[in-house]
Structures are given as structure tokens and as C-alpha cells.
Design a protein around this ligand. Sequence first.
Ligand code: SF4
Length: 399
Amino acid sequence: MELYIHIPFCVRKCLYCDFLSGAYDKDTRDKYTNKIIEEIEYFGRGMQSASLSSVYIGGGTPSWLELSSMDSICEAVYDNFRVDDDAEITIECNPGTATKDAFKKYRDMGINRMSIGLQSANDEELKLLGRIHDFNQFLRTYEYAREAGFFDVSVDIMTGLPYQDKKKLYYTLMKVGQLKPEHVSAYSLMIEEGTPFYDMYNFDSVKQQAGMPTEILPDEDKAYGLTKLTEEFLSDHGYHKYEISNFAKEGFEGKHNTGYWKRVPYLGVGIGAASFLRYIRGGQKEEIRTKNISDIESYLSTAFDGEYDRSYGSPAWEENDIISRKDAMAEFMYLGLRMTEGITRDEFESFFGITIESVYGPVIKELVSNGLILLSGGRIALTELGMDVSNRVLAKFLL
Ligand code: SF4
């Protein structure tokens, strides 16, 4: 079992951000911390102190939460669950939001992995994105993490930024490469409706999805060139691509996200957090996906003191779906194939009790003949070409 904890607080909103996050006052942050702890206790009671293989504290900007609050949250996790000795415990951090002392305290709280949001090493790009930090602040944050004893650090960068060309991206890659973090996530910028970016640039997402030139973003060919530059640079510097957007030094692949792609059950606490639960009911596997309410006031007024109800997961749920067998098969394929190692026929058969060919035979045949997936020793994985057009390939597995 994995645990995700959503901390929705940020110093201020970045101009491209459509995550569930924002600037909230101290009183709200304190009340939210108490509610998070109540939700952790609720799950802990219901799951009878299940064991956790990973904990991910994401946001928002968790490093902006008061240290005493973060300490209480971590304590609640340890008090209510059995945390595996080798559990990966990650905190997301944004440059300029935590001191050196805070990083040492995170280590004392049991946190052993840090994910730092850099996005770009070019200050003008950071300004354009509305980030609160410059590159030097990132460097200080990175040093603090190392000095505090974080030996597993991930750095987030973004490609496809407005006006980005290969030279600018190369500069970011070079600066990151010099630091030698264990893990790099490289996401393409998507400009979403409702963000200031969308309004500022009168952005046309229909054009973006169709790969047509827009006023400010690299067109499809340029964006492809930027993705390839990222992959080649990271590969030359000892990182292997283990998922569409994630690169790691050997042995430092993110456990938590790999769990998502392998359909390991997880609990999500906090606003908007999703859970994926699996039970045996009447001898049959039953899987549920739930999502918590997004509205912070409704979350703060939720009572978590009742009996655990496994049909709904958290009392703060607003979406709750039993996953049909067909949907579970589709998920198995499109989540598993995000990883470069792909999936195995045996795993499919042992989970669903039928062969993969009996469900996906024609699709697999078509994708193999188009050079988009590869079969090897019982394993099925996307080819490099398949990775390049992964959205289109993965959609083929929807039933
Ligand atoms: S720091 Fe992250 S979560 Fe916060 S506003 Fe910026 S992009 Fe959004």
C-alpha cells in the first residue's frame, strides 16, 4: 500500500498552474493540518495499520508548510501505519521555501527523498512562468538537501516552454547534469484553460492539441526536437528513461509513481486526493477508485471520526467508482505500458485469469506490425516510436 498526502499551499500561484493549490492563511493551514491527521487516523483504523511501501507528500508546495505541522503529519503516518524499513518517503519542495535547518528536520521526520521543482535554469523563463524563485535560489536549495543528507534527489524540469529553443533547454540540462541528481522528471508544458497563462496569451488549446503552431509555444516538430534533446542528454549522462517523462540513475527509479503504473493500491489524503483500493469480496477481487472533494472549506468540515466504510474510502470522497473488469484490464495496459519495461503476459494472466491475446490479440498484432510495440520473452513494451506517440498507442487499449 502507498500513501499520498496533498498539501495545497503555495506562496503564490504560478501562471501556468492548474493544480489544486493556492496561497492560504496560517489559520487555514493549521486547520488543514489537523484534518489531514484526522484522515490519516481514519484510514489507519480502517486498514488496521496496513504497511506502507511509500509515502509521497506532494502539492502545492509541502516545503512551505510550517515545520511543526509537517512533523505532526509524519508522526501521524508512523503512529497509524506500519512503514516498511525500506519505504521511500518523498517530499516535494520548491526553491526558496525551506531553510537548511528545515531540511535536516525533514530527515529526522523519516523523509528520505526530495523532489525539487526547478523547471528551468534560465531566470527569464522562470519569470515568464511566474515561479517565485531564480536559479541561484534553486542551487542553494539543492545544496541544503545534499548537506542535510538527502541522497535521493529528483529535479523537475519542463520542456516546450514559451519561446524555448534547443539552446535554452540545453543550458537547463547542462546545469542540472552538473549537479548529478539521482532522478530527473521532464514534463512538457500544457497550457490549460482557466490559468492566467491561457488568458494572457489568448491561448488556443485546440490548436495545441492538433500540433499546430501557436503564438508562443514551440510547434510539434520543435517540441519533438526538445524532447529528443532531453532524452539524449540524460542518456549520455547516465540516466535511463524508465517512464515516458521520468529518468533515473540505476536503482533510483521513483518507487511511488512506479506503484501507480503497476496498480499498487494507494490511499490519498487531503483535498482532491485520489485513492485506489482493492478488496476481496465474496471470493472476487473488487477495485475502487475514489477522489476527495476539491473544496477546502468542505474538506475542513468533513468528520473523520466514524467507522471506516470500505465501499467509499474516505468520508471526504466526491467521486467513487467500482472499476469494472474491462476497465481494470485497460488500466493494466495503458498504465503499465507507460514504463519502458512494459508489462508481462504472465502478470496479465495471473491477475485476470485469461490470456492477454484473448483480449488484446488484434490490437497487439496491429501495433507490432506498425513498429509501435515490441514483444520479447513474454514482455510487451512500447518501442521508441511508440513512446513518441504514446497517447495514441495507449488509447488503443481502452475497451
Ligand atoms: S509551485 Fe507548483 S503547485 Fe504551486 S502554483 Fe507553482 S506549479 Fe502550482
